[in-house]
Structures are given as C-alpha cells and as structure tokens.
Write a new protein. Structure first.
Length: 374
C-alpha cells in the first residue's frame, strides 16, 4: 500500500466531446491528431467548448508538495496544464516520496509522476526496462544535509552514533545520504560507530529536528530550508558541491510506457504545458514563489515564511533539461548502497516529444547522455 497524503485535485478545461478515433490506441502525436475531420464541422481534436480533445479522457499525475516540484505546482495552480490538456481531465495526486509514486505507477492508479532519479531508476530496473520512460527534466539542485547547530557536527565522521532522516528508503535523498556516508567511510546501522538512517515524512522530520530527537536530515527543498530557518540548523552538505559543475537532477517527469504509447498526444500536451510553465517561472520568480506558497498552504495546511521560500528558490533551477549525465552516477550510488542491482539504463529516456516541443518553441534540444530511446 503506497503512502500519500490522499490529496486529489481535479481540473477540467473543457467538456469532453466524443470524436471519431479519439480513444484509439497509438493515436500518434498532436500534429497527427490535428488533421481535420472532413465529416464533421468540429475538428477531431477540438471539443465543443474550444478546448483540445485528445485521446485520453483523463491524465492522472503525481507530484510532491516540495519546491523541487515547482513546475507541476505552478502549472496546475495557474491553469497552464489544464489549458494545454483541453478536455482531458487532470487528476493530481500528492506524494511524500518517489517510491510511493512508483508503486502507484505500477499499480495503474496514476499515469505519470514527477519524481527523483533513484525511484525512476528503480522503476526501470524492476520492470526490466519496460514500464516507464523519463520524458523531461523539471528541476536540478535543491537538496542538503542539515544538522543541529552547536552539536559539534563538522564532518561525516561526527555523524557516528546519531540519527539522520531521509524522506523514504530508496528515495533520491536517501541514496544521496548513503552514498555520502559510504564515500566517507561511515557505515549505516544502529551501532555507536554507525549512522542510523530514519525514513520518515518531511513534516515529521522537521518536528523531530526541532525537538532535537534527530541529529539532522538529508532533504529536498523547501524542507532543507525549513530545518535551517525554523529549526536553526546548519548545512553540513549542499549536495550540489558533490557533483561536477554543481548540476544534478532532482526532479524529472516519468510516464508509464503504456500511457506514452497509447496517448502520445496527451503526453505532448503535458510537455507543452511544462515548457510554458518553466518559462513563466523563470521570468516571474517573485510571483512564482507566491503561487507555490499558496499551493503549499492548500496542500500542507501552512504557508512557508518569506525567508524559507526565498532561500529554497535560490537553491534550485527549474528546467526542462533532465541533466541526464547525472542519472548514471545516481544509479551507481544506489547499487553501491545495496538498494539496487546493477542495471543498464539504455532506453530509460524518451525525449522525442520534448525535443519536438522545444523545437517548436525555438529552444535548443536536450540530450539523453547516451541513455535515450533505443
């Protein structure tokens, strides 16, 4: 049973209108779907209300209530996703961590999800490369190990005998934490010379950090900033310092292969929505912060302080580029941590539709670093 906050958002841009061939498998891309229907006064890809009527009645999309998921949060809140999806109903479900979202993808309760590299790799490996494809990036950066100030924690060795939290075992930050400890010769476990890793929800981590019952947490934004600002913590490791050029994928868009095959037009519409949203966020950062904060208040019950959201936004880059070169290293870290058997990632990316959307928008193509569609 996967863990979620059971938040379901339904957004409908227009009333669905039945059109010839609208529900057929392998409908092709939007360009192909836009061919006029000579037997009808309304084209096959338009609803009676003027919104696009693509091949799926609904798109079930998962994402997190985190700053690192700014693209879907803003896109949903601003109505950009609904606009591009037309009469396809958007059902958004909020998750705490990637493994839970992967379970939902495997269980057929969602069609696509924004999540981190480790869950994506796990999903690809468990399905023998069949079940999922990464179709776009979303965010790079925005994860840190924050520890108690004044506790004498200056290095990995100082974490021995202490408890450090991560959002979920096998999740992106969990793998990063384990890789950091392993690289610095510190074992994971319950012994006095080991580090105890506690997998728990981010909100619980914040409460425990404030109560000083844990020594720290390796968390995504805005939770890392909340530990710093609200918990008076200190950043021991900004994860970008561990990567070449400081660039590593934090969030990308993963789609069920079955949904991608049956409904490429809907996936293309989703990607168009994301590209527009990313542009808007980067051109309107102050308003984007306000939009994200309002959404986080609705999703979590409490808005972030201005100090927290400003700090958190400064830690991330919202981008369509999947930073594919960092994915292999994330996979290797999971293997070394004993969380994953080695797997060939060739084919995990299918950036075909994204690059078509980028080309149409006059933007440069993004690269799969040799791990693209085969």
């Amino acid at each position: 049973m996967f863990r979620t906050k059971h938040v379901l958002l339904s957004v409908t841009a227009a009333v669905t209108v039945t059109a010839t061939g609208a529900c057929a498998a392998n409908v092709g891309t939007k360009a192909e779907a836009k061919a006029p229907n000579s037997t009808s006064s309304t084209s096959a890809n338009e609803s009676a209300t003027g919104g696009a009527a693509w091949s799926a009645d609904k798109l079930r999309l998962g994402y997190f209530a985190n700053i690192t998921h700014a693209a879907p949060i803003v896109g949903v809140e601003k109505g950009i996703y609904a606009k591009h999806l037309g009469s396809t109903k958007l059902e958004a479900q909020i998750f705490n961590a990637g493994p839970a979202a992967v379970e939902a993808l495997f269980g057929g309760t969602i069609d696509a999800a924004y999540l981190g590299p480790s869950p994506a790799v796990n999903a690809f490996a468990k399905s023998k490369g069949e079940a999922v494809r990464i179709v776009a990036g979303a965010t790079t950066g925005g994860a840190s190990l924050v520890v108690q100030s004044g506790a004498g924690i200056k290095s990995a060795a100082d974490l021995k005998g202490k408890t450090i939290a991560s959002p979920q075992k096998g999740g992106t930050q969990d793998v990063a934490l384990r890789a950091y400890l392993q690289k610095n010769g510190v074992n994971v476990g319950g012994g006095k010379d080991e580090v105890n890793i506690l997998a728990t929800e981010n909100a619980t981590t914040l409460d425990q950090f404030k109560a000083k019952t844990i020594a720290g947490g390796w968390l995504p934004e805005p939770w890392a900033s909340r530990l710093v600002v609200e918990g008076k913590g200190t950043v021991l490791v900004d994860e970008k310092t561990l990567w070449p050029a400081g660039t590593f994928v934090t969030t990308h868009l993963l789609v069920s292969t079955q949904f991608l095959t049956k409904h490429p037009d809907v996936v293309e519409a989703l990607l168009e929505a994301q590209v527009e949203t990313v542009d808007w966020i980067n051109a309107n950062k102050d308003e984007a912060k306000t939009t994200v904060n309002a959404a986080l208040k609705n999703l979590t019950g409490k808005p972030l302080t201005d100090e927290v959201i400003t700090r958190a936004f400064d830690q991330i880059t919202v981008t369509n580029d999947p930073a594919a070169a960092s994915l292999g290293a994330s996979k290797d870290n999971a293997v070394k941590a004993g969380l994953l058997k080695d797997v060939d990632l060739k084919g995990i990316y299918d950036l075909t539709l994204l690059n078509e959307v980028l080309k149409a928008a006059g933007k440069p193509a993004v690269d799969a670093a040799g791990l693209g569609k085969v």
